[in-house]
Design a protein around this ligand. Sequence first.
Ligand SMILES: [Zn+2]
Length: 425
Amino acid sequence: MGGGPLDYRDRDYKDYNAVYDAFSEISAGLETEAMRITDTHEHLRPDDFYQDIDLEKVLKNSYVDWCGVELKGSDRAARAQFLEKVRVNSYFRWLLRSLQQLYGFEGELTADNWDEISARIRAAHADPGWKFKVLTEKCRIGRAILDAYWDPGNDNGHPEIFSPTFRINMFLFGYSRKAVDHNGNSPFRLAERYGFGISDFESYLAFIDFAIRKAREGGAVALKSALAYDRGLHFDYVARDRAAKVFEMDDTSISPCDEKAFGDYIFHFICEKAAEYGLPLQCHTGLGKIWGSNPMNLVPVIERHPETRFVLFHGGYPWFHECGGLAHNYKNVYLDLVWLPLISPSAARMALSEWLEVAQTIDRISWGGDTWTVEECFGAVIAAKHVIAQALADKVVDGYFDLEIAIDVAKRILRVNAEELYRLA
Ligand SMILES: [Zn+2]
């Protein structure tokens, strides 16, 4: 291993074995204490969520629920029908791997073993410490950045493991007292909670600044835009007067064009605040409203705010080449594999392999799980390690770098880069 590049004409099972050997060695290297993870993104539910947990609740609160298949009842036939439809989907495969390891079974989840596994899940969570055991001992997560969009800036009451990120979507909806973001959050409700009076556009901007400072005081280490679920990611540079005018308009006369202009102005304002307070701006890119979520849409804001650190989430899937190109060209762009190994391990393997080559420096790539339950979080960890070991093994066998560097790179992706970027160490 570690010799020159392979002659591709000779690729045969011997090479396959070499990849497998490197993969195994790297995988083993990922299971040491030195690989304790700093996870850049989770939506893990608060403690009381787990009180009535069972297999159905785990599935309903996982990405398997995004497969568009309804579990039509709790009888054998309904379960069998559901499993038959989702069983090759990537979200399901990784959740299955997690459940196998956490609840001790092999092979597929079936209508026959459903109740037994469900009972094991319930029994394990009878111990309120189980969820944390999964996070700290099974996932080996040292710290996770929590995006509690149901209460932006919250840490679930567990500052010992969670650092909040502050979701900023709602501020783009300040053009109307009635408008809310896709999570149902309104900036005016938040202002009320703080007893902050908003009378004009000036005070509205002052409130955004105040709310970001409050979040930071509460431990927030980043800002988070999930705007790709609300709108397209192209933010024009809009004059302040134009946004102020929209703020003063009454609801009946505001057009979609006015709403966009207002949001555009506010997003640029938030980019400035992110730089001012040294908070990386985590940006959902790809999927979401897929007509407008290509990360290339962010180029104007990336260029306009060179002091703002933009963290492109999810590899911009399916546009992970674009993410690589942006990291190649802009030093204020960071890449995060978050969610990508769950969406598609094949894409994640290719993305990581390419990003290592093109992202100017090794400190630019990190990872997060993006899950609601500790069960799926463990699946995300398994997926990430699998993909990272695969991509690094490819590089080692190609003679691109050696095993020692590969292990070091893994440590950077899983912990060190996030610690540095979010100042967590
Ligand atoms: Zn997320």
